[in-house]
Design a binder for this molecule. Structure first.
Ligand code: HEC
Length: 306
């Protein structure tokens, strides 16, 4: 299979997995059948090097949010909700990742078969363990020079059929990946506040991108925030109060994104600030209802979904 063939296989596998009938959470689409869903209530710790200055900090924030944004990847991958973070949870690994046609054993995926070897596009199905991008760094590809940038660019545009990413987004991904560090095997309980904080960080980075006149980056980051709201909402399947509030917050982001796209940067910036200021409304209700949500391991297990 050549590169195009592999891409078609990936898209097909994603499309086949899309009807989520038996599954409770989106991420269960990329877990082996029968796997314990409670693994989706924990996350490996994310550790980042301290940024050298404010610009480096912004770059890492943009990269961090883009890393969690499905629309960075193209087509069916984006529609299925897959992002870099689906395989590299919190920039680390994912021993539970299992995708028919993409994975061999759980925790592996075949994403680079023809990336560095167009001349060798021989169709070998060669799933590799998903690496911990935190390191140890000497086990990873060289992190300086253009190699990492070329690699990430190839992943997005070639393997995942994504659009050409804005320059700030690509640079941000390189900064984020480079800044990731190992911090042992510590894992933490995943809670609503993790996704809430991801969404707010993405929106704050979008404001800063607008300040730099970078509308395409802001648009992508707003999409990333919306995807995080979706991951919160799916944990409250029976709570109309929380989901209605989240839906309203999501609609407003969608409308702001259109304003950015239409070139209305000043108004969009003001609306993003207002969105942040109004966020305690949905944040509070999500947090209050969290003990009865699918962030709770026992409730998630009881919700079934295999
Ligand atoms: C479907 C799962 C999957 C997704 C999605 C994914 N990766 Fe990976 N990634 C892998 C696997 C598997 C490897 C190992 C490939 C290899 O060794 O050839 C890898 C390797 C890498 C590496 C190289 C690690 C090294 O050896 O230095 C980087 C950097 C990376 N991914 C970043 C990303 C970024 C950024 C994204 C999103 C644009 C992303 N990945 C999306 C599975 C995934």
């Amino acid at each position: 299979m050549d590169r195009r063939g592999r891409r078609a296989a990936l898209i097909l596998a994603l499309a086949l997995s899309a009807p989520a009938s038996a599954q409770t959470l989106q991420a269960q689409r990329w877990m082996a059948k029968g796997a314990d869903p409670r693994v989706l209530t924990r996350l490996p710790a994310e550790c980042l090097a301290k940024p050298a200055n404010a610009e480096a900090a912004l770059s890492a924030e943009i990269g961090r949010a883009a890393f969690r944004t499905p629309t960075l990847l193209g087509g069916q991958a984006a529609r299925a909700g897959l992002s870099c973070d689906s395989c590299h949870r919190n920039g680390r690994d994912n021993p539970h990742f299992h995708f028919p046609g993409i994975s061999g054993a759980p925790g592996t995926a075949d994403v680079t078969a023809s990336l560095f070897s167009a001349h060798r596009g021989d169709g070998t199905f060669n799933p590799r363990p998903i690496p911990d991008l935190g390191g140890p760094k000497e086990k990873l590809r060289p992190q300086d020079g253009p190699a990492l940038k070329t690699f990430i660019h190839g992943l997005i545009v070639e393997e995942f059929d994504g659009h050409e990413p804005p320059a700030r987004v690509l640079d941000g991904l390189v900064t984020y990946v480079r800044d990731l560090r190992t911090c042992g095997n510590a894992s933490t309980r995943l809670g609503a506040s993790d996704y809430i904080s991801d969404a707010l960080r993405a929106v704050r980075a979008a404001v800063q991108a607008l300040d730099r006149g970078d509308a395409p980056t802001a648009e992508l980051l707003i999409s990333g925030a919306r995807a995080r709201l979706g991951l919160i909402a799916e944990r409250y399947p029976n709570n109309a109060d929380v989901t209605v509030r989240l839906l309203a917050a999501d609609r407003e982001l969608s409308s702001i994104r259109e304003a950015v796209h239409a070139g209305d940067r000043a108004a969009a910036r003001a609306r993003l600030q207002a969105w942040i200021a109004a966020s305690p409304r949905w944040r509070r209700s999500a947090r209050q209802a969290e003990p009865k949500s699918l962030f709770h391991p026992a409730l998630l297990a009881a919700a079934g979904g295999d």
